[in-house]
Design a protein around this ligand. Structure first.
Ligand SMILES: [Mg+2]
Length: 425
């Protein structure tokens, strides 16, 4: 859909005031005007703006641009927050001034360094693709089992010599910049070490953690599951993958919500509609009270902020610090709801007392899926570590549905490289 400019009729207000009023009303409802929704009520705002503006409206991102936007903006949010992950807001201001951190600065020896959040997000994507290839070739695959194998490869990347990589390990782990320890979460490390010792991948972790390590890595589930057009299936698969390392229900349900949101955003729904749909699934799951409350608070505070009744920093601090899953999700949803653009949303998401790289990553996943790759500032896109690997795996998640592999293989010259890249073993 391309929106064209239409002449504006007489108004009691100026054009800017009229648009601002429309914007405010629609954002209170939890949606944004920049990315027109498909088959949802939010298309009404775009129509309204088209009626009241003399400027052309933006073209909606393609689905591929949303896939790339989701993973690249997530990585950029992660990199933006990396230098201040363990800083209080006062310390951030002392180092970077009253506006806080507003650009990519060196961390882990380079500008744009990603952390464990993006590393594990990439291995989630790899695991899903390997399960897909396995199913196409063998007719059977357990997504949690295969993704557990991907997480064990990530674990190896944290402390092993990359020269020990074998052909069966596939394409992703061969990227040496991934072989860096970037403050990985203790829960993820210990749960995967236990899994490795017990040789029982795919089972739920034997702990009671609700840290944010389960939610911060599952955006690819929403992208991949969008091929199924089933947001509830995305929700449940993400919960299963979070359960591999986090045993507490509140360590898992926010992952389900994020996957459902990314699923819907990648298909063109607005954020308000996506939230309504995710929360409807959440309400049917056991032990969901903490996650429901956190998301409800995020939506209420966003409405208050947009009405001018609550400052953004104050609202964010009331939602928590983001070390635990429901707080990280709620803070990220809040940032996405009140963001003026992608850059503004990511800067807001990393300047607080808590887990800046995880809230930056999740906010980036949401805003990137909502507004697409083109919304990312070009210099951030160029600076972020492993940008081409991230874009390539986003493209593979987008394209895999059309791969002619396994039983439907028509060209062995195409089939073999796919298997070598994502061995379904
Ligand atoms: Mg991290």
């Amino acid at each position: 859909m391309i929106l064209t400019a239409r002449p504006r009729g007489p108004s009691l207000f100026g054009e800017a005031a009229t648009q601002a009023l429309a914007l405010r009303r629609w954002r209170i409802a939890g949606c944004h005007p920049v990315a027109p929704a498909v088959a949802s009520s939010e298309t009404g705002l775009c129509h309204y703006l088209a009626m009241t503006t003399t400027r052309p409206q933006p073209v909606p991102p393609t689905r591929r641009q949303r896939f790339r936007g989701c993973l690249l903006a997530g990585a950029i949010g992660d990199a933006l927050g990396a230098p201040v992950e363990f800083f209080s807001l006062d310390q951030i201001h002392a180092h970077f001034g009253p506006d806080g951190i507003t650009g990519l600065v060196p961390a882990y020896g380079r500008v744009g360094a990603i952390t464990d959040d993006t590393q594990m997000t990439l291995f989630t994507a790899e695991g899903l693709l390997r399960a897909f290839v396995r199913h196409a070739n063998r007719g059977i695959a357990s997504y949690p089992d295969v993704v557990a194998g991907a997480y064990l490869r990530w674990l190896r990347s944290q402390d092993e010599n990359p020269d020990a990589i074998e052909e069966a390990d596939g394409w992703l782990i061969g990227h040496r910049p991934l072989h860096q320890c970037r403050a990985p979460g203790n829960t993820c490390l210990s749960a995967l070490q236990e899994m490795q010792a017990a040789r029982c991948g795919g089972r739920s972790a034997n702990n009671n953690s609700k840290g944010c390590g389960g939610v911060m890595r599952v955006a690819p589930v929403g992208l991949f599951a969008s091929h199924w057009h089933d947001h509830a299936k995305a929700f449940d698969l993400a919960c299963e993958l979070a359960a591999l390392t986090h045993g507490h229900p509140t360590g898992q349900l926010p992952a389900g919500v994020l996957a459902s949101l990314v699923h819907d955003l990648s298909l063109g729904h607005g954020l308000g509609t996506a939230l309504d749909r995710a929360m409807a699934v959440l309400a049917k799951r056991d032990d969901a009270d903490a996650t429901i409350t956190a998301l409800g608070n995020a939506r209420s505070l966003a409405a208050e902020t947009i009405r001018g009744n609550c400052a953004r920093r104050q609202a964010l601090s009331r939602l928590g610090e983001g070390w635990i899953a429901e707080e990280a999700l709620a803070m990220s949803v809040y940032c996405a709801l009140v963001a003026n653009d992608l850059r503004d949303g990511l800067i807001l998401a990393v300047n607080h007392d808590g887990d800046s790289d995880s809230t930056g990553a999740i906010t980036g996943n949401l805003l990137g899926a909502l507004w697409g790759e083109a919304a990312i500032p070009a210099h951030w896109r160029e600076q972020v570590e492993l940008a081409e690997v991230i874009a390539e795996i986003a493209d593979d998640l987008h394209d895999c549905r059309d791969w002619k592999i396994g039983d439907s293989a028509e060209d062995p010259d195409f089939d073999r490289p796919i298997w070598n890249k994502y061995p379904g073993c």
